[in-house]
Design a protein around this ligand. Structure first.
Ligand SMILES: Cc1cc2nc3c(=O)[nH]c(=O)nc-3n(C[C@H](O)[C@H](O)[C@H](O)COP(=O)(O)OP(=O)(O)OC[C@H]3O[C@@H](n4cnc5c(N)ncnc54)[C@H](O)[C@@H]3O)c2cc1C
Length: 331
């Protein structure tokens, strides 16, 4: 698709575009393989997950791939005050994936571009698109190869590029670090529109700047992510505490065992000591049908309680009683 002209209203102040506020023109045609949405079709990029911010971009670009991203950035860089924001799945809560009157690049359109398993000296990696959702990466890696990334977020409808631009934290981070510590190579489109591959040894400043860089060092179009064998089974346990000191003592014990013998996932949360369906006791059982006998918890009258959530990986052939023994040993 060709964008022949994109008239851009320049914003003297934040807020709605002002028709006569001055005009700069994206005068050079950009030949895109992807598409460009304007007007009402940009609505998805006008709000973020937190619902706090609402701004209108000039256009929503759906790139076909790295070349499109590069062309858009090059074109935008020739226009004074033109801004570009990458958008993953728009789950930021403070407007990070938005731009007022600028160009939003919707990376979801690139999801299918990369999905390649690599075996490097016996270690496995998956090369995936920056716009891929983690939930799709997981499903594909497990179903096709029996492998899975090592470090996660709790919620998986987030993109690879979106979480690598932050950190990506979940209950595996105590063992493997956040997601940004589990990536060995990135393809980045820089602020000049250059398509660049970087790693710890190749363009390391760009590599480390982009990981956790909030999209300010370039746009991640591809990431090479470390994998490990996926477990067949997981024992998932939640333990309720009334005392904060006991809760943190146990959590610290589990994440700091020198021998590495611990659960595969450790996380905790606070919940309200009431019947609120979202934040109270009903949020504690792993499955609503399980229920939870509150009678066994000492009545403290405290407004909040604490929950430690742990998981243990095992294989189908492992006998349940052996799994029980290991779990009792850990705790
Ligand atoms: C319901 C919910 C649950 C969450 N759970 C967790 C959790 O368990 N653990 C955790 O760590 N975080 C969690 N988060 C936070 C989440 O990781 C971040 O908000 C993340 O940035 C969202 O990813 P996204 O794909 O929606 O990115 P977006 O919100 O679209 O973008 C986030 C930032 O990254 C930039 N960006 C997006 N794509 C790219 C790219 N390809 N290249 C460069 N920059 C890019 C954007 O410009 C923006 O600055 C959660 C958020 C929500 C709303």
């Amino acid at each position: 698709m060709t964008i022949a002209y994109l008239d851009r209203t320049v914003h003297e102040t934040d807020g709605e575009p002002k028709p006569n506020g001055g005009v700069s023109t994206l005068s050079k045609s950009i030949d895109l393989q992807g598409s460009v949405e304007t007007g009402d079709k940009t609505t998805i990029a006008s709000k973020d997950f937190g619902g706090l911010y609402s701004t209108k971009p000039l256009a929503l670009i759906k790139p076909a791939g790295s070349d499109d991203v590069s062309r858009v950035i090059k074109a935008a860089s020739r226009i004074p005050r033109m801004t570009v924001a990458a958008r993953g799945n728009g789950h930021s809560i403070n407007g990070q994936a938005m731009t007022n009157g600028g160009l939003v690049i919707d990376m979801r359109s690139t999801e299918e571009n990369h999905f390649r398993l690599l075996n490097i000296n016996g270690s496995f990696f998956i090369d995936v698109s920056g716009g891929a959702l983690w939930e799709n990466v997981l499903t594909r890696c497990v179903s096709r190869f029996g492998l899975a990334p090592r470090s996660w977020t709790d919620y998986l409808s987030l993109t690879v590029g979106g979480t690598l631009s932050n950190a990506g934290v979940s209950g595996q981070a105590f063992r493997y670090g956040p997601q940004i510590s589990n990536v060995t190579e990135l393809e980045i489109i820089t602020g000049k529109g250059d398509i660049t591959v970087c790693s710890e040894t190749r363009n390391p400043e760009l590599f480390f700047g982009s990981l956790g860089g909030l999209g300010q060092f370039g746009i991640i179009t591809r990431a090479m992510v470390k994998l490990q064998p996926a477990p067949d089974m997981v024992r998932w346990i939640r333990v309720v505490y009334t005392e904060f000191d006991e809760f943190t003592r146990d959590a610290e014990f589990l994440v700091s065992r020198d021998d590495g013998e611990s659960f595969d996932y450790v996380e905790g949360f606070v919940f309200c000591n009431n019947d609120d369906p979202v934040n109270g006791w009903p949020s504690v059982p792993l499955d609503p049908v399980h229920g939870f006998n509150q009678g066994i918890i000492p009545q403290t009258g405290a407004s909040v309680h604490y929950c430690l959530e742990v998981a243990f990986h095992y294989q189908k052939g492992d006998h349940p009683s052996n799994v029980d023994k290991v779990i009792i040993f850990f705790v």
